[in-house]
Design a protein around this ligand. Structure first.
Ligand code: ACO
Length: 313
C-alpha cells in the first residue's frame, strides 16, 4: 500500500495558496492570490480533504462577471466544502465549471461602465477614470458592486459586506480607458449632530463622510491608482458645503501611508504652512533639547509633536 495516502497532510491545503484569482479579457489574464480567506475557510486558512487543490476564481477583466472552477486530483469523502462556501459570497449569476457558458454570458452582456466619471488621470501614457456608482438608483451599478465585493474579504483585514439597501453608501471605481477594472472604494455618510443650539436653529444639516473600504487589485498596486482614487473622493467631498469632516474607517498601515502622503501634499499646496503664526521651534532649540534629553532624533521629533498637539487642548 501507498502509505503516503494515509498522511493527512497531503490532503491539507493553504486556502490562500489554493485560491487563484484571475482577471481575464482582451486575450490576456493576470492571476494573483488573496491576502485573507479566513472569513470563508476559517481562522487556520486551511482546506482539508483534497489533493492538488486549485480553486480557480476568474473574473472578466471589465464587467467582473465571475466564473468558479474547483479542481483537484483526489477528494476524500470527509472533505471540506469549497464550492458552496464561495458561492454563498459570490453573486447568484456566477457560472460554475462551464467555461463556454461563462464566455457566452460575457459576450452577451455588452458591458458599459455604469455611473458618472468624476476624474481622469494618466499613468504611463494610459488614461484612467474614476467613476461614481449609484447602487440605489441603477441596477447595473448594483450588479457591478455585487461582483466586486468579494475583494473586500480577500484584501481588507476584518472586511465585511456592506448593506447595499442603505442609501448612505457611495461606491467609487477606477477603470482604465480600455475598460480594465483596477479597484474601488466605498464611502458612507453620517449625519453630524452639531450640538443643540445649532440643531434647533435653521442651519443646514452637516455630514461626516467616511471612506470605509478601499482596494486596488494587486496587479495594479504601486502605480498611483490608490492615491488618485483617494484624491478624487476627498476632493468631491471637500467641495460640498454640507460636508464637515472626512474620515477613514480602520485604515491599514499601507492606507495610512497613502493618506499621509496625499493629505500632506494637499495641505502644502493649499498653503497651510503660510498660515502658521510663526515658527514655533527653531533648529537650535531642537538640537539643544534633544541632546539634553538624550533621546534619539526621530523619537524626539515624535514626542515634541505630541507635546505641541497636547498644548492645543
Ligand atoms: N510609480 C512607482 N511607484 C509609485 C507610483 C508610480 N507612478 N505612484 C505611487 N507609487 C508608490 C507610492 O510612492 C507608494 O510607495 P510606498 O508604499 O513606498 O510609500 C506606493 O506606490 C503606493 O501608492 P499608490 O500606488 O498610490 O497606492 P496603491 O494604488 O498601491 O494603493 C492600497 C494602496 C490601497 C493600500 C493598495 O495597496 C491595496 O488595495 N491594498 C490591499 C487592501 C488594503 O490594504 N486596503 C486598505 C485597507 S484600509 C480601508 O479599506 C479603509
Amino acid at each position: 500500500t501507498d502509505l503516503s495516502s494515509l498522511d493527512p497532510n497531503i490532503y491539507t491545503s493553504s486556502s490562500n495558496e489554493a485560491l487563484s484569482i484571475s482577471l481575464a479579457g482582451n486575450g490576456k489574464a493576470v492571476s494573483f492570490h488573496p491576502d485573507f480567506t479566513y472569513p470563508i475557510f476559517g481562522d487556520a486558512e486551511q482546506i482539508f480533504g483534497y489533493k492538488d487543490l486549485v480553486i480557480h476564481l476568474v473574473f472578466d477583466s471589465m464587467s467582473l462577471y465571475p466564473f468558479l472552477n474547483v479542481r483537484y486530483s483526489e477528494k476524500r469523502d470527509d472533505a471540506d466544502e469549497v464550492e458552496s462556501k464561495l458561492l454563498e459570497l459570490l453573486p447568484e449569476e456566477t457560472v460554475v465549471k462551464d467555461e463556454a457558458l461563462w464566455q457566452d454570458k460575457i459576450d452577451g452582456e455588452n458591458f458599459e461602465i455604469p455611473g458618472e466619471i468624476l476624474s481622469t488621470y494618466t499613468h504611463k501614457d494610459e488614461n484612467y477614470h474614476v467613476y461614481k456608482l449609484s447602487i440605489n438608483k441603477c441596477a447595473e451599478s448594483l450588479q457591478l458592486h455585487r461582483r466586486m465585493q468579494i475583494f473586500v474579504l480577500f484584501f481588507i483585514e476584518a472586511g465585511s459586506y456592506i448593506d447595499a439597501k442603505d442609501d448612505m453608501w457611495e461606491i467609487y471605481v477606477v477603470y482604465k480607458e480600455d475598460k480594465t477594472f483596477i479597484g474601488f472604494a466605498t464611502g458612507y455618510s453620517y449625519w453630524k449632530y452639531p450640538g443643540h443650539e445649532i440643531f434647533d436653529s435653521d442651519a443646514k444639516y452637516l455630514w461626516r463622510k467616511k471612506i470605509s473600504q478601499f482596494v486596488i487589485l494587486p496587479p495594479y498596486q504601486g502605480q498611483s491608482h490608490g492615491s488618485q482614487l483617494y484624491k478624487t473622493i476627498f476632493e468631491q467631498w471637500f467641495k460640498d458645503d454640507q460636508v464637515a469632516e472626512i474620515t477613514v474607517e480602520d485604515p491599514s498601515e499601507a492606507f495610512d501611508d497613502l493618506r499621509d502622503r496625499c493629505d500632506l501634499e494637499r495641505l502644502y499646496q493649499r498653503g497651510l504652512l503660510e498660515t502658521l503664526p510663526e515658527p514655533v521651534i527653531s533648529p537650535e532649540w531642537f538640537q539643544t533639547q534633544q541632546a539634553k534629553e538624550k533621546i534619539e532624533k526621530r523619537q524626539f521629533q515624535r514626542c515634541v509633536e505630541m507635546l505641541l498637539l497636547h498644548a492645543l487642548k
